[in-house]
Design a protein around this ligand. Structure first.
Ligand code: GAP
Length: 514
């Protein structure tokens, strides 16, 4: 479970590498920062997360269809979307350490680590003092120390908002006034704050043909917007309806660290839901509920999720919230749910000169639909699963084990088939069972080393069940099934194995909870 310590992230990254989940990109050349490769177990887990999302969002929703748009898009797309002019992060350099930081993140960290922590401490103290009679809401509204800190937070947030809207000089002034120091060197010798555009650009065509600057998409959403009419017309879709897609996105992040949390090449699972203007608030709430249910059904721990409503809304939004997850670094954004108004479709209408409207036969009118977007980072979801799954356990006999308690439906392998010994016809019997099970499940086969070590290897990659074939199996066609989490073992007939595994590992059972 998440332990909220820096060490845990390192342990998870180390484990992910050692057991073939995630490797640093181009490691033999000392790696490329913020780019990662998914190994033999990682790709299975990633595919299962995608399947869970695709099933829940597309195939189980009559009114949502899929799309797979190209990464390269006409460059005007990004002018229309606002990314050319406004997809910037304010950066600041420390003149002594030569390190680069995001000015807004430094200010947000100051609020969280200095002021919010003060408030939290006051609350904890008061909780202890007043016991059962403690009224948190009243305390937060009346305690002078809390109010002082809260006023300061509000003032800083106000200036941060104005700074993000363009007053970069005041962002620097704020950093200096708050006495924020470089976390590496302790120096407060800062450059001015400058805007840095996060889009990667490249050139299309050879120079001889007259090259054009194009961008690697920083979000998948725009591929959906420009195809709104294609899908609506060819799919005969009626409002409200949604278009979903899974695909790569690229951002030249100023600071990219924390393993796969912030990468320069990553994958998004996004859905744009087109609604009638005026109905967006209702649909926003509806999608908040649907998405949190999707997360909670996985059983990664309800307390590990919370909503964080945005104060500083993006240029396109009239409401926005993050689903935050309790990563090893604390609660951080896992998914964004945004009410994007009609900003994108209107902007594409203006820049393309094409109408992107829906003719509502019931009301006999045309309108540009409003959009509710759900946008989740696949890599962050992967990290959330690893975080919740990573478990160091001391067993009853005093031995230690490292087990990845990955939800069974997402686990890379559902079952490992293990002959107890590598002789006496046990491998042959085990392979016979394996061939049957492979038709339904992703299986491992392992006959090397003592059975205990083989169980540990499966624990480490999160295989929920091990089927062990022993001498008795040859006599009465039974095997044992070992449960990864409670270590129980049951003896069942070979004919029952398929059904028992399906009951406990299938995606259907997970989807039924939604
Ligand atoms: N279309 C809206 C959009 O892109 P966003 O909040 O910028 O919104 C959505 O990104 C999600 O994409 C985030 O919640 C996060 O999970 C993921 N994401 C964004 N930047 C990322 C990065 N550099 N590395 C990994 N995931 C990222």
């Amino acid at each position: 479970m998440a332990q909220n310590d820096d060490n845990l992230l390192k342990k998870i990254a180390g484990h992910a590498k050692e057991y073939g989940f995630v490797f640093q990109s181009s490691e033999i050349y000392d790696g490329l920062s913020a780019a990662y490769d998914y190994g033999q177990n990682g790709v299975e887990l990633k595919n299962n997360i995608k399947e869970y999302w695709w099933k829940a969002m597309v195939q189980m929703n009559e009114h949502i269809v899929g799309l797979d748009a190209s990464i390269f898009m006409h460059p005007t797309t990004w002018k229309a979307s606002g990314h050319v002019d406004a997809f910037n992060d304010p950066m600041i350099d420390n003149k002594d350490s030569k390190k680069r930081y995001r000015a807004d993140v430094m200010i947000e960290d100051y609020i969280a680590n200095k002021l919010q922590k003060k408030i939290d401490k006051e609350v904890t103290k008061a909780e202890k003092r007043f016991g059962e009679a403690f009224d948190k809401e009243q305390f937060l509204a009346t305690n002078p120390n809390v109010l002082r800190s809260q006023t300061k937070i509000d003032e800083i947030n106000d200036r941060l908002k104005k700074g993000m809207e363009g007053d970069l000089a005041d962002l620097k002034a704020l950093i200096e006034e708050l006495g924020i120091a470089d976390p590496v060197s302790g120096s407060k010798n800062w450059t001015d704050v400058r805007q840095f555009n996060l889009m990667f650009s490249t050139e299309l065509g050879s120079l001889a043909e007259g090259a054009n600057k194009i961008y690697l998409r920083p979000e998948t959403a725009q591929g959906i917007f420009v195809n709104f009419l294609n899908v609506q017309k060819t799919g005969r879709m009626k409002i409200p309806f949604g278009i979903a897609q899974i695909g790569k996105a690229f951002r030249n992040e100023i600071i990219a660290r924390q393993f796969i949390f912030r990468m320069r090449e990553f994958e998004q699972m996004e859905m744009q839901f087109f609604v009638k203007p005026g109905e967006q608030k209702e649909w926003f709430e509806n999608w908040k509920e649907k998405r949190i249910n999707w997360h909670k059904a996985l059983g990664l721990g309800e307390a590990n999720y919370r909503f964080h409503d945005h104060l500083n809304l993006a240029h396109y939004a009239d409401a926005a919230t993050d689903v935050e997850f309790n990563f090893p670094m604390g609660f951080k954004e896992l998914e964004g749910i945004h009410s994007r108004t009609d900003f994108d479709l209107k902007a594409h209408e203006e820049h393309s000169g094409k109408k992107l409207q829906f003719f509502d036969t019931a009301d006999n009118e045309s309108y540009v639909p409003y959009v509710i977007e759900t946008s989740i980072g696949l890599d962050r979801m992967f990290l959330a699963v690893l975080t919740a799954a990573y478990t160091e356990e001391t067993l009853e006999d005093g031995s230690e084990r490292l087990v990845m308690k990955i939800p069974a439906a997402l686990a890379p392998y559902k079952v490992a088939v293990l002959p107890l010994l590598k002789k006496d016809g046990l491998p042959e019997k085990a392979r016979e069972i394996l061939l049957e099970l492979q038709l339904d499940f992703n299986c491992q086969y392992d006959e090397k080393d003592a059975i205990g070590r083989r169980y540990r290897r499966q624990d480490a990659i999160g295989t929920p069940f091990c089927v062990t074939v022993d001498h008795q199996s040859l006599e009465d066609n039974t095997v044992t099934i070992r449960d990864r989490d409670d270590l129980s073992q049951i003896r069942v007939s070979v004919d029952e194995v398929r059904g028992k595994l399906a009951e406990r590992t299938s995606m259907q059972e997970l989807l039924r909870k939604l």
